[in-house]
Write a protein that binds this ligand. Structure first.
Ligand code: SF4
Length: 375
C-alpha cells in the first residue's frame, strides 16, 4: 500500500507509515492484521496472534509486548499521518476515538469473547472474517482418528431461545466492527445436522437480526445424504450460499483406515441436490494423508470422485496439507502399519498429480493451511 497515514474504509481503518508498517483495525478499535518490520500478524477476536513470514508460522507468546508496540505505532501514525477516505461520511474523529481505546479494551474484549463462545477450532480460509454463530458446539461424530479440532468438546446444540440470545450477544460484541464481516458462518463442525424444520427456523431467526449477509456452514457427507432436495431449496431462500465438505480423500479404503466411514459416492447425490438448489460447495482434500501406503490410491480415487461431480465455477476445491497432531490415534495406527509420512516434496508431487487429474474441472482451486487459522 503506497499511502502513508490513516485510510478510512467502510469496512476497516488502515494505518501505514513510510517504513511499510501497516495495521488494520475494525471500527470498534480492535486490530486484526498488522505488518511490522517484515512480519505479518493476524489477531483473533479471542486475542490469539499468529506471526507469519513466508511459510513460517508461529503463535505469538509475548502478546503484551506486541500489542503495546502496535498501539504506540498507531498513535504515532494518528498524530502525523495524512487522512484518506473511501467515502465522505466516514469520520476521522470517530476513528481517532476507537483507535485510542487500546490495550485494556483489547483485553476486555478477549474476556468477552469467551463469555459468548467456546473455542472456535477451524473455519475455511475464505470465512476467517465472517460472523461466527455457534449454533452447535463440537462434532456429533468425533471419531476420525486424524482430527483434533473438537476432541475436548462435548457435542451440544443451542435451542431457539439460546440461539437468539447468542446472536444478540455476538452482534453486540462485534458492534461497529461488524462492517468488516461480510458473511455469517454457522458453527461448529456440522450445524446443518439439526432436523430440517429446526434448521430452517434458525435461519429465520438469523434473518430477524441480519437481512443481508450470506450464510455458510460445514456439512459432513453422513449428514448431507440425509437432507432432501426441498430442504436445500428452502435454505437457499434464506441466503444459504455454500457448504464446506471434508471429503479428505476419494478412497474408501483410506477413509476406513481414518475411521471416517463416509461413502464418497454419496457426494455425487449431495452435489446434485445442492446444485439443483443453487448452493455451492467447498470440498476439502487432504494432501499426504495415509502416507506412502495410500499414495497412489488416494490420488486415483480422489481424482475419480472429483471428476464425477457436477461442479462449476462457483465451487471451490481446497487442498489442505495433512498435519499430524501428536496424541491422536492416527500416529499409532500409522506406526503399527509401518506407514511412512510423506516428505514435503512428496506432498507437492501428490498435489500436482491430483491437480493434473482434475485440470478440466472449472472450480476454483485453493490451499488451506489449518495452522494459519485464527478467529
Ligand atoms: S473430521 Fe469432521 S467428522 Fe471427523 S471428527 Fe473431525 S470434525 Fe468430526
Amino acid at each position: 500500500m503506497e499511502f502513508e497515514g490513516i485510510y478510512l474504509k467502510e469496512s476497516s481503518i488502515i494505518l501505514s507509515d513510510k517504513n511499510f508498517n501497516l495495521i488494520s483495525y475494525d471500527w470498534e478499535g480492535r486490530w486484526y492484521y498488522a505488518f511490522i518490520k517484515g512480519y505479518g500478524y493476524r489477531k483473533g477476536l479471542n486475542g490469539r496472534i499468529l506471526k507469519k513470514k513466508r511459510l513460517f508460522i508461529e503463535e505469538v507468546g509475548e502478546k503484551e509486548r506486541l500489542n503495546r508496540e502496535i498501539f504506540e505505532l498507531s498513535l504515532r501514525i494518528l498524530k502525523e499521518g495524512k487522512i484518506k477516505k473511501e467515502k465522505k461520511n466516514l469520520k476521522i474523529d470517530e476513528a481517532e476515538r476507537v483507535l485510542k481505546s487500546g490495550i485494556e479494551f483489547w483485553k476486555e474484549n478477549e474476556k468477552r469473547f469467551y463469555e459468548i463462545y467456546s473455542d472456535i477450532s477451524i473455519l475455511p480460509p475464505d470465512q476467517y472474517l465472517s460472523i461466527y454463530l455457534q449454533l452447535t458446539e463440537g462434532c456429533n461424530y468425533g471419531k476420525c482418528i486424524f482430527c483434533d479440532f473438537y476432541k475436548k468438546k462435548k457435542f451440544k446444540t443451542k435451542n431457539k431461545k439460546e440461539f437468539e440470545e447468542h446472536i444478540k450477544r455476538v452482534y453486540d460484541f462485534l458492534g461497529k466492527g461488524i462492517s468488516l464481516r461480510k458473511s455469517i458462518f454457522l458453527g461448529d463442525a456440522n450445524a446443518i445436522l439439526l432436523p430440517e424444520k429446526e434448521f430452517i427456523k434458525t435461519l429465520e431467526i438469523i434473518r430477524k437480526y441480519d437481512d443481508k449477509r450470506e450464510i455458510f456452514s460445514f456439512m459432513d457427507i453422513f449428514t448431507g445424504v440425509k437432507k432432501s432436495k426441498s430442504f436445500f431449496k428452502e435454505i437457499k431462500k434464506y441466503g444459504f450460499e455454500r457448504v464446506y465438505i471434508g471429503l479428505e480423500t476419494g478412497s474408501k479404503k483410506l477413509l476406513e483406515f481414518l475411521e471416517k466411514y463416509q461413502n464418497p459416492e454419496d457426494l455425487k447425490e449431495i452435489t446434485l441436490r445442492l446444485k439443483d438448489a443453487e448452493i455451492n460447495l467447498g470440498i476439502i482434500i487432504m494432501i499426504g494423508i495415509g502416507g506412502d501406503k495410500f499414495f497412489e490410491e488416494h490420488v486415483r480415487e480422489t481424482v475419480k470422485i472429483l471428476k464425477s461431480l457436477p461442479l462449476d465455477r462457483k465451487d471451490i476445491i481446497y487442498f489442505s496439507d495433512f498435519v499430524i497432531f501428536k496424541d491422536l490415534p492416527y500416529l499409532k495406527k500409522a506406526e503399527k502399519e509401518k506407514i511412512k509420512e510423506l516428505k514435503p516434496y512428496e506432498m507437492e508431487t501428490q498435489k500436482e498429480m491430483i491437480l493434473k487429474g482434475i485440470k478440466n474441472i472449472p472450480s476454483l482451486i485453493s490451499f488451506y493451511n489449518v495452522l494459519e487459522f485464527v478467529y
